[in-house]
Design a protein around this ligand. Sequence first.
Ligand code: NAD
Length: 292
Amino acid sequence: METKTAQLLDGKALGLKIHEQLSTKIAQLKSQVGRTPGLAVLMVGDNPASAAYVRNKERACSKVGITSFNRHFPGDTSFNELQKVIHNLNSDERVDGILVQLPLPAHLDAVALLHQIAPEKDVDGLHPLNLGKLLRGEPGLRSCTPAGVMRLLQEYSIPLEGKQAVVLGRSILVGKPMSMMLLAANATVTMAHSRTQNLQDITKNADILVSAVGIPQLITAQMVKEGAVVVDVGINRITDENGKSRLIGDVRFDEVATVADYLTPVPGGIGPMTVAMLLENTVSSYQLTVNS
Ligand code: NAD
């Protein structure tokens, strides 16, 4: 008997398609607005993973025609100094989006800093006003990673209404907004987390399973319902048996692919979708300046 293999949900391909669409849109809007869109990514300290993410974002921006106003600060930069920079960017008319790359060094209060970003420039969707709008179902800037998951599911016409969706992880960055977006799409949503008991009993019921935990290989084939849609948000750096460092997700890809109908790869799944949604949020803020 032939072994079944899940269809890939290709975030890389869809991400590139979105880049092209944004590029065309920017080319059309540029003469009306009189400038290109601008994104400021603030990074504090020298976390190598963060530096790689920031480089990625900068590359994507330059490809579609968004100007980067990135700033890199030493690890001991004070809260007041960063607050001042954010306030200046809030009133800088060339800048449509501001993002503080997380995590921040321990002496900085990330939540308090995110509060300083003007909500209309909060392209990461983490300001309480934007999170509140998500909760209320009002239009607003949406968190990039869960928005990327939703867009990928939509691209493959995955039905969500009335389906059992299980989200693993309850962070403000991914798990919580993810659950709200699935709920808004009329799925029946269960949230699981580090204190959840009998995880397999819960995941086994999922028509849509989203893992945003950060534990490599957590999700086994036994935990997945036959025919499920499995979205792997996790990004974990491991050293493999050949001593090589590489990225893997939360899902045991090879074995889960024999049970699920659809599955996202890592890398090439939600990572590129997150960047695409960041660019899209920046362009939406930019577009609003035409109408204001
Ligand atoms: P986090 O550490 O803030 O949250 C992890 C969550 O997992 C917590 O809510 C915790 O309760 C839950 N958890 C821990 N152990 C669990 C278990 N055994 N079973 C079920 N739940 C458990 O992390 P985060 O910022 O939400 O990110 C989660 C993962 O997603 C990480 O691997 C991160 O690198 C990745 N991530 C990827 C992207 C992307 O673009 N693809 C973006 C953001 C985060």
